[in-house]
Design a protein around this ligand. Structure first.
Ligand code: B12
Length: 216
């Protein structure tokens, strides 16, 4: 895909233009372009730019929301293609995935879910704004081996720490691998709170999940 298409994707998100974003995603698929490249080199850079425009005070909440909607419109088109590599017979295990309580950011989490699924994991997506207790009960009920926690706010990052502590206090820490991620999350944070894995982006999340299940 040429640079101008990536730039157009990025611009559609910056403009909060849902129609343009969806149309560009459809065009990419119809031309046989790689859906993941469209997300990573086209749409995500747009959202990153929106983040800086917000930080510098040029964008306000309505623009942020419009950008997120445009990103979601593109993802809705691309998601089936992102998940297409999936082999029905293959299961590398179950991952309970969600965004921590108090946090409604779910774009990155959805992307992680789509790629995990494409790579053979069964994903139990609990959505966003999920209570710690709900993560644990869903993991117990579904027999998941991994709990994946997304946090985009510095405040909700603390929920990742609380979940690890809660597993310890219930005496079930050894039952699940805890995988953490989200824009403010780092490997150091993951180490500090005693998580088992960290992924900087969706591909790294897949690599980490495979490593945790001994598949790589
Ligand atoms: C879009 C957006 C929104 C949208 C979210 C829409 C949605 N449905 O998700 C809306 C407009 C609703 C929103 C609201 C708010 N937002 Co906002 N938002 C963003 C923005 C611009 C982009 C986030 C995003 O989707 N990025 C693209 C995705 C693909 O990247 P990602 O989420 O980082 O995910 C990747 C990795 O982190 C990783 N990953 C993610 N999850 C997981 C999980 C696991 C297990 C693993 C392994 C990996 C992993 O893989 C992903 C794929 O590569 C960021 C800016 C930024 N720099 O992140 C601010 C940002 C996160 N928001 C911010 C703020 C402050 C808010 C609000 C509080 C604003 C307000 N005053 O109301 C509210 C919060 C409401 C709430 N309670 O949650 C701040 C957070 C600051 C902080 N340090 O806490 C940021 C950083 C903006 C800023 N620079 O100030 N926001």
């Amino acid at each position: 895909m040429d640079l101008t298409r990536f730039q157009a994707m990025s611009q559609a998100v910056i403009d909060g233009d849902r129609e343009a974003a969806a149309a560009l995603a459809r065009e990419a698929l119809s031309r046989g372009f790689d859906a993941q490249a469209a997300v990573e080199n086209g749409f995500i850079p747009g959202l990153q730019k929106v983040g800086s425009l917000w930080e510098s005070g040029e964008y306000f909440l309505p623009e942020l929301l419009a950008a997120a909607e445009a990103m979601k419109a593109a993802m809705a088109v691309l998601r089936p293609a992102l998940e297409a590599g999936r082999e029905a017979a293959l299961s590398l295990g179950k991952v309970v995935l969600g965004t921590i309580e108090g946090d409604i950011h779910d774009i990155g989490k959805n992307l992680v879910g789509a790629l995990l699924s494409a790579n053979g994991f069964e994903v139990v997506d609990l959505g966003a704004d999920v209570k710690i207790d709900r993560f644990i009960s869903a993991a117990e009920e579904t027999g998941a081996s991994i709990i994946g926690l997304s946090a985009l706010l510095t405040t909700t990052m603390l929920g990742q720490k609380r979940l690890v502590e809660e597993l310890h206090s219930r005496g079930i820490r050894g039952k699940f691998k805890v995988l953490v991620g989200g824009a403010p999350v780092t490997q150091k944070w993951a180490d500090d709170i005693g998580a088992d894995g960290y992924g900087e982006n969706a591909l790294a999340a897949v690599r980490a999940a495979k490593a945790l299940t001994g598949r790589e």
